[in-house]
Design a protein around this ligand. Structure first.
Ligand SMILES: NC(=O)c1ccc[n+]([C@@H]2O[C@H](COP(=O)([O-])OP(=O)(O)OC[C@H]3O[C@@H](n4cnc5c(N)ncnc54)[C@H](O)[C@@H]3O)[C@@H](O)[C@H]2O)c1
Length: 311
């Protein structure tokens, strides 16, 4: 099958690309390398057709979509703090960029678009676990943009003759996640800091919970979402299924690395949620999704990659 992965040079996208190549797909990547990285596709340049370009350009996206059967749309500007800093660019890339992908997919007769949405669309809900039917209440501009984008996906499945599936990822971590960016995520930051004997910075009291999800689970969900029957226009939570607090995360990483954990607490950041964990029963029954790699196994593999370059 011929497929396009937008954001294929990014953390999750490059893991999706590897899985698609491994099953024999013809893979094209659209990326502008703004947060992604050529090194994430190292060793694959012979196998992947690379289109360097901007999601905000319909023309560029249209060229990239031509001739593919499925689009995995992961290209985006991630990070809640980044969107608080610059909501306009967050919206331009995450909303208009998605609209370009959907329009191009419609115009080119693509069978299905699988979209990477986010748990941030929920905001702070009165009840947990988070279920797809709950009324979204995003706090950050990033959450608002992802919500608008996923509503476009659902709308397009209703008004045009092609299919879309929305996956709401929860705190993904794993191989090829950047520990160095200004907006780096908590797992690579904690692993590198604890390994180096440096303090970890925890915003708020560390009692906030997250449904940390190893990237291999998300990759599997993408493949399932591209193949499942009768799921067009639907939205699914994709998570690790075993939430932990940020304090617990730090302790677990310290234990796995055999290192003491020094913590430095700072006030909560604007836009962050207090508790975020998912009910994945919809994905389980409709897609056959099962989070097969646990938090601890995922952390072990992530640490081996970050610290020793082992895959
Ligand atoms: N990492 C998580 O925990 C998480 C959670 C929920 C949702 N998501 C979503 O999953 C997707 C992948 O996230 P990730 O963590 O791999 O992030 P990432 O930053 O590593 O990957 C995003 C990719 O998109 C590319 N990109 C950004 N702006 C672009 C533009 N204007 N034109 C073309 N390409 C552009 C980047 O260069 C990068 O390669 C994103 O849509 C993100 O919002 C991630």
């Amino acid at each position: 099958m011929k497929v396009l992965v937008t954001g294929g040079a990014g953390f999750i996208g490059s893991n999706v690309v590897r899985a698609l190549l491994a099953r024999g797909d013809q893979v094209r990547v659209l990326d502008n390398f703004s947060t992604g990285n050529r090194a994430n596709l190292a060793g694959l340049t012979e196998d992947v057709e690379l289109v360097e370009g901007e999601l905000r350009s319909y023309e560029r996206v249209h060229n990239a979509v031509r001739g593919v059967e499925v689009v995995f749309h992961l290209g985006a500007l991630g990070s809640v703090p980044r969107s608080v800093q610059d909501p306009l660019t967050s919206s331009a890339v995450n909303v208009e960029g998605t609209l370009n992908v959907l329009l191009a997919a419609r115009d080119e007769g693509v069978r299905r678009v699988v979209f990477a949405s986010s748990s941030s669309i929920y905001g702070n809900q009165p009840e947990l676990p988070l279920q797809e039917a709950m009324a979204p209440d995003p706090i950050s501009p990033y959450g608002v943009a992802k919500l608008a984008a996923e509503r476009y996906c659902v709308s397009f499945a209703r008004v045009y003759p092609f299919e879309t599936v929305v996956l709401r990822y929860f705190n993904v971590f794993g191989l090829r996640q950047d520990p160095r960016s200004q907006y780096a995520a908590v797992v690579p930051l904690f692993v590198t800091a604890i390994a180096a004997g440096e303090p970890v910075t925890i915003f708020d009291d560390g009692g906030q919970s997250r449904d940390f999800t190893y990237v291999e689970n998300v990759v599997a969900a993408n493949l399932q979402a591209a193949a499942a029957e009768g799921v067009s226009g639907r939205i699914f939570n994709i998570s690790g299924g075993a939430p932990a607090t940020v304090n617990e995360l730090a302790e677990t990483i310290g234990r796995l690395l055999g290192k003491p954990v020094e913590r430095r607490y700072l006030p909560p950041r604007p836009g962050d949620l207090r508790d975020s964990w998912a009910d994945v029963s919809e994905a389980r029954s409709a897609l056959g999704y099962e989070p097969t790699v646990s938090l601890e196994d995922g952390l072990r593999r992530t640490a081996a990659f970050l610290l020793d370059g082992k895959e």
